[in-house]
Design a protein. Sequence first.
Length: 278
Amino acid sequence: MALYLVELTPANPSKEEATALIETVNSSLTNGAELIETQVSADHKLIFAIIESENTAFAPALTAAIGERASVVGPDEVRLVGAELDDIKKLKELTGIGLTDAKKALVEAEGDFDSALNALRKKGLTKAEKKGDRETREGLIESYVHSGRIGVVVEVNCETDFVARLPEFKEFAHQIAMQVAAMNPRYATMDDIPAEVYDAKKQEFLASDALASKPEAMRDQIVEGQLKKHFAEQVLAEQAFVLDDSKTVGQLIKEQVALRGENVRVSQFKRIELGVTE
């Protein structure tokens, strides 16, 4: 398999048209060709698509599908030096970065896949933190019913409709619904705990006899740890992910931010259990 670059110049450049053209490219691919990556210029006047294929047999169908909506240049083969294509693709899939960055990470790690992956994950989560305050006005509502006895509805938000319609994003939302069904959290994040609930529990810990025997300088730190442990099972983001208990749900959400390149959050959820009323 090889990589091919296709360059599109839209006749009517806009964010919406760029998204539509990318979808057209993806749906037009034949003969085992696969769309690996796309990039759009800031002014939406250039679209770059990286396609994996054994040859250029996909080109006629792609050009025909685009029609007069954009001029098409390519496909031109992209040659990779210093890294294996399979490793680059795997890194891209796991971290959500581009092919160029994945190749660079492998070269810097001297071909050590695990070292490159660890470096990119750290970088991805750092970027995720920076995206955490951006507005999330798109998204979807996902539901899950377990054995006809437990029902869950969750709202998961992102920044763009393009991400909201990805099958992988819907699967992520479904996993969150399963998490809520299995672990019955009360709050999405620590910030969602009502102040009066948090403060009441804090005062309870502060008044405990066990704390009185501890050095005064350490008491606040001890109480903060007790509060975090107490609310961990009640807060969705703090819970261990039921499908992979090596990470928390909060870490899973950060991985989605890194993968999608935009802010992602669980804004609300409702869990109903047969015969149980609040």
